[in-house]
Design a protein around this ligand. Sequence first.
Ligand SMILES: [Ca+2]
Length: 366
Amino acid sequence: MSKRLLSLTLALGALSTTAQAAPELETVVEGLKTPWALAFLPDGQFLITERDGALRTARPGSKPSAPIAGVPAVVAEGQGGLLDVQLDSDFARNRTIYFCFAEPSADKKTNSTALARARLSEDNKRLSEVKVIFSQQPKMDSKHHFGCRIAEAPDGKLFLSLGERYKGMQSAQTLDNHLGKIVRVNKDGSAPADNPFVNTPGALPEIWSYGHRNSQGLIVDAQGRLWEHEHGPQGGDELNLISPKLNYGWPVITYGENYGGGKIGEGIAAKAGMEQPVVKWVPSIAPAGLVRLKSDKYGPAWQGSFFIGSLKFGHLERVKLDASNRPAEQERLFPDAGRMRDVREGPDGLLYLVLEAHGKIVRVKP
Ligand SMILES: [Ca+2]
């Protein structure tokens, strides 16, 4: 290669590097208090949960609305509160939404994660026909590990991730409870007849998979596969491909250790009959929110990638898998964005991030 051609090639290389520089963030909503989750209404507004119990709408560039009426009482303590929200796949016709939250017991001494269905009024100001369709059993005296992400499958079944409430970690391995489980229910909360444990004596019929710790990411991807991420203890956060009936290992196997050091259980990371994560993070990033990007708005490298918020480091993690589901690309984007609670792909194909501590929703500019 001639010297001139070489320098031209280098210059072009520098140009293309500039062209591929990471996109920037743009604030679309601010003035929220501890926002937790985000959904997109067909009229272009956002539907936003705040952990303290408010459900609000906001138009890009405008102030959040007053709280929508009709949200049930939530236990807004510790990690609890009003958590995930999802629109029904037929929302444009039925105005139905699903949300999950920390539900108090009648005597208010215990709580657990519950899934509710409601109808949002045409003016977005109130909920009607509010019904709790599923409550995690048992309720516990705990402020931790609610899990609480909702995903609708193409066949209309709902998945819900349920934490083991920290105190209930050993129960993640037994099927007589909903601690540390992913459950699958019909839209009325009943257990589908083809769930994996409906004919297992003593097992709760809603259970789809078990051995989970605290999951704040749950999606069905474009191929219809169910993906979940969960927090490890100190180290050992995981991205898992979820299949029915399988045991994902917690607390028997983990890549993490106890807070402050010391092994958990036998201190092992693998065991026959227990699934390995597709991706693991040591040290922990504290994952929250999960997208597998469908759109091509950010180019081929990002299309099909997983995007995961980090509560701990406040960045957006991008992971791309190869054809064998092994991590092929992994990077940290927007390292100073701030504590990130949710990540969504909008109907416009753009990525939206919920920045909990800043009280903001930001958009990733293409
Ligand atoms: Ca695991």
